[in-house]
Write a protein that binds this ligand. Structure first.
Ligand code: C2E
Ligand code: MG
Ligand code: MG
Length: 732
């Protein structure tokens, strides 16, 4: 393959790269020179090197140079001494027993030279062949070295202060050999040695300094600079791990440090790449979690609202797109979840999501906006030109074909709310809210239906809010009252109990000064807001106090029945409260009955069983109110410590003209008997109702036939004045 010829441009570029590299290198040298003097490591290394050089040189100075210098100086001294003496020797002496030196000359010698003492020896006279020496003459002070024979003539003497030096000199003359011990003043050698040592130390220090400096610069260049470069890289990677701004390494990658830097840089870059990969994966995941529903994979409410806001923007042509917003709630989905398990529930939700997505055009946005809630937004076109059309299509795909899960089929229906942008609202959030309001209306009206938003719904919602505010005020100002309705034993005719029922005359500007609000209206509002908990507690205290007065002051030993809402079960510790209240008031728990509706069984079933058992353990009686209307709890009945079933008034009302209702009433009475539970019928209005119930064997009754709910004073009058005969009620 032919390589592309280098163009002038390429040459320029490579020149530039080289120049840049050189500049970088120069910069790094300058900076390293500056940094080297600040580096503690360099200083430590320099100190060690300096000390080592100094130590080695000192040793050399002491052990070699100094000794050598001194011996050479002594040698010189000796030579000078010999040279000074030799001319004074009388070499022609024939008399060996005379000193070859003349006294006068020696004295002059002492003054002119450093010689200050001489001993002259000659071989023994007595035995000429022996080597014993005899002292012939002594000039100056006596010498330290003395000669006995001719052995060891190399001896020298140096005084401890170094000022005196003695050595032996042999001198031959015609008459024979003389041996002289010559003493010389060597003070100057000491001084010279001292000067020499000082000079040498100076040079040594300079050399050490030079070597250290060179070493420091070399260290800076080859060690410190790369280390600092690597440190800066690591620091940058630490501060900015995802996007480290690391420079290219100016160091030779073939040496150890250069290659270590290269490896570190590769690791830093690899780490950065890993981090950004992890981050982007995490961001994707977070985005998915934040904006998508994990079960169905559909957009969630947040993303749906964003899309809604986007879609509702005014377009370039100044117009807005018309679209329908549909909210869907699966009817009784909770029952399916509770009874069949969450796996089945999840599969159905996924199925609904799929059906909605595939049944609607691509322009539609389908989202899962709550547990069993979906929301759809779809631009309206000529094909589907009303939001209701969209809703009908949706209802159809959910309802027309049952869902198959684990070989079981589930018929799912839905409640649907519909709203149109911009017809119903120009604010995207409000369009969704309107669809939700319409959906609630659909649920309230019995589910399995489509409701289009109307401003009336909104007014109804506002009215509920107003009612809630008023109810709170009523609570605070103690405007709520309790009325009591008697409960009678169908066999004996006796009054055996009273149901406490809330009454609210809302103060207003009307002629009467107040308006009666039915509990059927305000109890659901109180339940939705949680206000039912304090209201319920007030009811229990009040009803038990009244009953206690009846028991003790009027010998009216009857049971008090108190309605308890399902919300009180889930939102408060009703058990502890009941026990405390009964103890405070001092009422016999067996004289208190709590009425719960079947809706309590739709919440956390284990919690409900536990609460009911705890309540029963306290001693209070338990009744299921409006029995037969709610979610069938027949299978659970055996598990609950229930004392009484209260047949819903609708069955009694219709028992005489509707065979089905009569059959249900009959069945409930039989069920109660079979399970050893008392059965009370409410809504007994006529003698015929009563006859029916007597014939079926019902235990107890309550209804307008005997007495409407009345004020506690009236109730007392009624109960004390009652003759105990059911026949006395003649209101047909
Ligand atoms: P409920 O507990 O089923 O109470 C019986 C309802 O039937 C009462 O309506 C009572 O006035 C009415 N009633 C009794 N006999 C007859 C009759 O012969 N014919 C007809 N047509 N109706 C009869 P009320 O007082 O309007 O209460 C409605 C519901 O409000 C109660 O139904 C109960 O669920 C709830 N409620 C009332 N007071 C309280 C309370 O203190 N706490 C709670 N949580 N709910 C309460
Ligand atoms: Mg009741
Ligand atoms: Mg009832």
């Amino acid at each position: 393959m032919l390589s592309k010829p280098a163009t002038t441009n390429d040459v320029h570029v490579s020149e530039k790269i080289k120049q840049n590299k050189f500049l970088k290198f120069k910069d790094s040298l300058v900076s390293s020179r500056a940094q080297i003097w600040r580096s503690w490591t360099s200083w430590r290394i320099a100190a060690v090197v300096f000390m080592t050089i100094a130590l080695v040189q000192t040793c050399m100075l002491i052990f070699a140079t100094m000794g050598d210098f001194e011996s050479r100086r002594l040698q010189d001294l000796r030579e000078s001494g010999r040279a000074a003496i030799m001319p004074l020797i009388n070499t022609n002496m024939t008399e060996i027993l005379q000193s070859p030196l003349k006294e006068t000359e020696v004295n002059r010698l002492f003054q002119a030279t450093k010689i200050n003492g001489i001993s002259v020896y000659t071989l023994g006279l007595m035995s000429p062949n022996s080597d014993r020496l005899e002292l012939l003459a002594q000039y100056g002070d006596p010498l330290i070295l003395s000669l006995i024979d001719t052995k060891n003539l190399n001896r020298t003497f140096r005084s401890s202060d170094g000022n005196t030096y003695e050595f032996i000199q042999r001198i031959s003359t015609v008459s024979g050999s003389y041996f002289m011990v010559i003493r010389m003043d060597s003070t100057h050698i000491q001084e010279q040695l001292f000067t020499f040592v000082i000079e040498t130390i100076k040079i040594m220090l300079l050399m050490s300094l030079f070597v250290t400096t060179v070493l420091m610069i070399a260290l800076g260049r080859w060690l410190l600079e790369p280390i600092l470069f690597m440190r800066d890289n690591l620091m940058e990677a630490y501060k900015n791990p995802e996007n480290p701004q690391i420079k290219d390494s100016p160091f030779d990658p073939n040496d150890e440090i250069g290659s270590a830097i290269d490896i570190a840089q590769s690791l830093i870059r690899q780490n950065a790449a890993n981090i950004s990969q992890i981050r982007s994966a995490a961001e994707d995941k977070i985005h998915k979690l934040a904006y998508y529903d994990t079960l169905t994979g559909l957009p969630n409410r947040t993303l749906f609202l964003q899309n809604l806001a986007e879609k509702s923007k005014i377009k370039a042509d100044g117009k807005t797109e018309r679209f329908g917003v549909v909210t869907i709630d699966l009817d009784h989905f909770k029952d399916v979840n509770d009874s069949m398990g969450h796996n089945v529930g999840d599969a159905i939700l996924r199925g609904v999501g799929k059906r909605l997505s595939s049944a609607l055009p691509d322009t539609a946005i389908v989202s899962r906006s709550g547990e069993d809630e979906f929301a759809v937004m779809m631009p309206l076109s000529t094909d589907i030109n009303t939001a209701r059309d969209v809703a009908e299509r949706i209802a159809g795909v959910i309802k027309n074909e049952p869902f198959k899960v684990f070989n079981e089929t589930f018929q799912i229906r839905s409640s649907i709310g519909v709203s149109t942008f911009p017809d119903d609202a120009t604010d995207p959030d409000q369009v969704l809210k309107n669809a939700d309001i319409a959906l609630n209306r659909a649920k309230e009206e019995g589910r399995d239906r489509i409701k289009e938003y109307s401003e009336d719904f909104d007014r109804a919602v506002q009215a509920r809010f107003q009612m809630l505010r008023d109810l709170r005020d009523a609570m605070e100002h103690e405007e709520l009252q309790l009325y009591y309705q008697p409960q009678l034993d169908l066999r004996t005719g006796e009054i055996i109990g009273a149901e406490a029922l809330l009454r609210w005359w809302k103060k207003d500007n009307s002629k009467e000064g107040s308006t009666f609000i039915s509990p059927g209206e305000f109890i659901p509002v109180a339940e939705q807001s949680g206000l039912i908990v304090p209201i319920g507690e007030w009811v229990m205290k009040r009803a038990c106090t009244t009953a206690k007065t009846w028991h003790t002051d009027h010998n009216l030993d009857i049971r008090i029945a108190i309605n308890v809402s399902a919300h009180q079960f889930s939102q408060s510790d009703i058990c502890a409260f009941t026990q405390r209240t009964l103890e405070e008031i001092g009422i016999d728990p067996h004289k208190v009955e709590l009425e719960v509706t079947e809706s309590v069984f739709m919440d956390d079933i284990q919690h409900t069983i536990q609460t009911l058992q705890n309540l029963h353990a306290i001693g209070v009686e338990l009744a299921i109110d409006d029995f037969g209307t709610g979610y069938s709890s027949l299978s659970y009945l055996r598990q609950f410590p229930i004392d009484r079933l209260k047949i819903d008034q609708s069955f009694i009302r219709n028992a005489l003209n509707d065979q089905d209702d009569a059959a249900i009433a009959r069945t409930i009475i039989a069920l109660g008997r079979a399970l050893n539970l008392k059965v009370i019928a409410e809504g007994v209005e006529t003698k015929e109702h009563e006859n029916f119930l007597v014939a079926e064997g019902c235990d107890e009754v309550q209804g307008f036939r005997y007495c409407r709910p009345i004020h506690e004073d009236d109730f007392l009058k009624f109960a004390l004045g009652y003759n105990g005969k059911l026949d006395s009620f003649n209101n047909d």
